[in-house]
Write a protein that binds this ligand. Structure first.
Ligand SMILES: Nc1ncnc2c1ncn2[C@@H]1O[C@H](COP(=O)(O)OP(=O)(O)OP(=O)(O)O)[C@@H](O)[C@H]1O
Ligand SMILES: [Mg+2]
Length: 309
């Protein structure tokens, strides 16, 4: 059954016998309940933004991100996801409405102040790397904050260990692989000890192995208490790794729900321009009553396999 993840021509696998087997399989993995919510960390209240007068980009957004959540932010190209990131980091200022951090208006907080709580990893994180050596790259933010050098060394080493980069601490960045550079960009943010990290397409352009490594790494960080928001176009990432999905279309929130609910709504999937997974296609072709639940069951089975290792 695990081979199903690698199906290429999934269309060949539709028959009443297969449908029955898939249904039996699904029943073995009932849905687990969502964890109860922690206090709000970041809230948007009636948040609107336009680059030009009369051309609204984000319109009256309301959402809450709770401490410890791992959330996906999805939506078609141009929906306003990056614009929303820039409002959160303070690069842009809302036209109206506000953002609250632990219940307090962030409106007057500078980019620098926000960066102490909220780490932001750009889609093309290579753009964020400016130093020749890994150590210096990760130390940069602390040096800018005039942290004593001994403390910097300790923090950088600790962060490099968490990120699996410690063996490369004295390497030049140019000697690192694409995936390692991406982790270096994340390490440079993590070393500043943010409470929330916002990643734009963390796995874009990576093969399955690097994708899995990156996502397991982020999941570990989340289990250590870091709140994570990921912008993605990938339904598999959203379903396997996030507990809630905020769907942004044309600058408004179309749906804010668990990922399997998002997946089950064909209109939403199409409006957000999400990439369907082959598991979902397999379930649909076999006319399973709840293709999203099937996909979720499959992912739960894979996770159980993991724990068993
Ligand atoms: N600097 C700018 N000036 C004017 N309009 C802009 C600017 N930056 C983005 N836009 C417009 O704002 C809208 C939202 O863009 P944004 O980059 O936030 O979308 P996105 O959801 O991040 O898209 P993608 O998935 O392609 O990254 C788009 O219509 C875009 O053309
Ligand atoms: Mg974008």
């Amino acid at each position: 059954m695990t081979d199903a993840a690698d199906l290429v021509a999934v269309e060949a696998f539709a028959s009443p016998e297969i449908a029955e087997k898939l249904t039996q399989f699904q029943e073995k993995f009932p849905k687990t309940a969502l964890p109860s919510h922690q206090p709000p960390l970041l809230e948007a209240k009636n948040l609107s933004f336009s680059y030009q007068v009369g051309k609204p980009i984000l319109q009256a957004l309301d959402f809450t991100i709770h401490q410890g959540e791992m959330i996906s932010l999805v939506g078609h190209n141009g929906a306003g996801k990056s614009t929303l990131s820039h409002l959160i980091t303070g690069f842009l200022t809302p036209t109206s409405g506000k953002l609250l951090w632990q219940g307090t208006d962030m409106g007057n907080d500078s980019i620098k102040e926000r960066a102490q709580k909220i780490g932001y990893v750009l889609q093309n994180s290579n753009q964020m790397l400016s130093k020749n050596f890994l150590f210096d790259e990760v130390a940069l933010g602390l040096r800018n904050r005039n942290v004593p050098e001994a403390e910097i060394t300790e923090k950088v080493h600790q962060t490099l260990k968490i990120c699996g980069l410690y063996p490369f601490r004295s390497w030049p960045l140019s000697a690192l692989s694409h995936g390692q550079k991406r982790r270096a960009a994340i390490a440079a943010i993590l070393v500043l000890d943010p409470e929330l990290i916002l990643l734009d397409e963390p796995t874009a352009g990576q093969d399955y192995r690097h994708y899995t490594e990156m996502m397991q790494f982020l999941q570990e960080l989340n289990q250590r208490g870091l709140t994570i928001v990921m912008i993605t176009h990938d339904m598999h990432l959203m379903l396997e790794y996030t507990q809630r999905t905020i769907v942004l279309t044309q600058g408004t929130i179309l749906l804010d729900a668990p990922p399997e609910v998002v997946l089950a709504d064909k209109q939403v999937v199409s409006a957000a321009n999400l990439k369907e997974t082959s598991l979902y296609t397999l379930a649909t072709l076999n006319q399973l009553t709840d293709p999203a639940a099937f996909t979720a069951a499959f992912i739960a089975s894979e996770k159980e396999g993991y724990d068993g290792e």
